[in-house]
Design a protein around this ligand. Structure first.
Ligand SMILES: Cc1cc2nc3c(=O)[nH]c(=O)nc-3n(C[C@H](O)[C@H](O)[C@H](O)COP(=O)(O)OP(=O)(O)OC[C@H]3O[C@@H](n4cnc5c(N)ncnc54)[C@H](O)[C@@H]3O)c2cc1C
Length: 415
């Protein structure tokens, strides 16, 4: 049986980031990807912060930048902010994945496409774990490795194989590419409301070529996300005063929400969507997945060097990523619980409360798509009309010095 150091399952941004770091450190790394080509199909709107470009060390995949956002309530009342400098980047997501895979391959990682992690084998050589890989043409190969990194996305087979718990919620998402869309090419638009996007929001993101990526992610109530997408199109037609053009491409996928209790096991680590390392207020997971992949690679490198790949040693990864991102996730999950209880009238009132110049200046000053709870906290500190709408528990959280999400059920909005 072929034997390697690290098997990375999944060639998305998280998998290729970990593969790059570990191969660069001299480990023998194989990346398996079930699709025939890295980066296809695209399942992402591709809006990222500067941090993603820094982690990748490149900008070749950037299509355009945006300077702000307009947020629309269900009644199409809106508030907006526009910064002087770019605040986020719209990327060619396929280009990012290909770039990251090339970088890892140039550093020595071996990519095997059309190859799926299937299951763990019951027996393995000493100090190894054995896996069965299934190939698209119907054959299979067995491989022994010292460590498995599950970067295989929201439906992670690696997580299941190592009996690690799955995300609390998976939000169905549906997106389309619309060429020649009306709208401001320097602004992202966010659409709130139970009718079009219960549980998260709808988005209109300029694509840098005169078109837009338009999509929704919704609470899984059984209604297909595509139904909500069609409602968002109707909403956008009202907003723009003209119907949107036909879509040239569609994507449907799921967004994991809610951190896992454990992201490691004996000889295994989970990273990215497989570990539900996704921002609960936006569903974005590229930055968080890549950052956690770097942390995973750092811990794995030490564990491989010491030949101690038991759960006890790998728990360090779990501790380190939570130390960096855990509190933001926890606060965001709390705010999400508040947000999902708002009805359409509440949401319109929140938008109304954020229209004043002071709130908009606060958003420009504190807005950060990777750490959105900071701006929410500042808004709650500085906007009395917003605070009047919110449950008392949230007020206590904002006023508290510990800056931890309270362990309280948020109540209904105060009117
Ligand atoms: C509609 C939508 C829009 C989004 N928009 C944004 C956005 O604007 N900004 C942002 O930051 N995030 C966004 N996200 C989230 C983002 O796409 C994910 O967080 C990110 O792709 C996670 O990266 P990953 O490497 O963990 O997993 P993935 O990118 O999902 O990669 C996992 C890879 O593993 C492969 N795989 C799966 N199972 C196996 C197996 N058994 N064997 C081998 N290979 C396997 C898959 O084919 C895939 O290539 C969006 C998500 C959706 C659904």
């Amino acid at each position: 049986m072929e034997s390697i150091d690290v098997l990375v399952v999944g060639a998305g941004p998280a998998g290729s980031t970990a593969a790059y770091r570990l191969a660069s450190a001299g480990h023998r790394v194989v990346v398996v990807e079930e699709h025939p080509k890295v980066g296809e199909p695209v399942q992402c709107a591709g809006l990222v912060s500067r941090r993603v470009l820094d982690l990748a060390g490149a900008e070749s995949f950037v299509r355009t930048s945006v300077r702000g956002a307009a947020v629309y309530g269900p009644g199409l009342g809106s508030t907006s902010f526009r910064a002087e400098a770019p605040r986020a980047y719209v990327i060619d997501r396929h280009g990012l994945d290909v770039y990251l895979a090339d970088r890892a391959a140039r550093s020595g990682a071996e990519y095997r496409t059309s190859t799926r992690f299937d299951h763990l084998l019951p027996t393995a050589p000493p100090d190894r774990i054995a896996v069965r890989l299934a190939h698209a043409e119907g054959t299979s190969t067995d491989l022994a490795c010292r460590l498995v990194i599950g970067a295989d996305g929201v439906a992670s087979a690696v997580a299941r194989a190592f009996r690690l718990r799955r995300p609390v919620e998976i939000l169905p998402a549906f997106e389309a590419e619309i060429p020649n869309s009306p709208g401001d090419p320097e602004m992202v638009e966010v659409y709130l409301g139970r009718h079009i996007s219960p549980g998260l929001f709808g988005w209109w993101i300029p694509d840098g070529a005169g078109g837009a990526r338009v999509g929704v992610a919704v609470d899984a109530d059984g209604t297909p996300a595509r139904v909500y997408y069609e409602r968002l199109r109707a909403h956008l037609a009202r907003r723009f005063g003209t119907p949107l053009g036909s879509a040239t491409a569609y994507l449907a996928s799921g967004i994991p929400i809610g951190t896992l209790p454990k992201t490691y096991a004996d000889r295994a680590l989970l990273i990215g969507d497989a570990a539900a390392q996704v921002k609960p207020l936006s569903g974005g997971g590229i930055f968080t997945g890549m950052r956690c992949a770097e942390i995973a690679a750092q811990v794995a490198h030490g564990a491989l060097a010491r030949n101690d790949l038991g759960a006890g040693a790998l728990a360090e990864y779990d501790r380190l990523w939570r130390a960096e991102l855990g509190e933001e996730f926890q606060r965001a999950l709390y705010l999400r619980r508040v947000f999902t209880r708002l009805n359409d009238a509440d949401l319109d009132r929140v938008i109304e409360a954020l229209k004043d110049a002071g709130s908009r200046a606060t958003i420009v000053a504190f807005g950060d798509i990777d750490f959105p709870t900071h701006v929410v906290r500042e808004l709650l500190r500085t906007s009395p009309s917003l605070v009047r709408l919110l449950p008392k528990a949230l007020g206590a959280w904002v006023g508290g010095s510990a800056y931890r999400a309270p362990d309280l059920e948020p109540g209904p909005l105060r009117k």
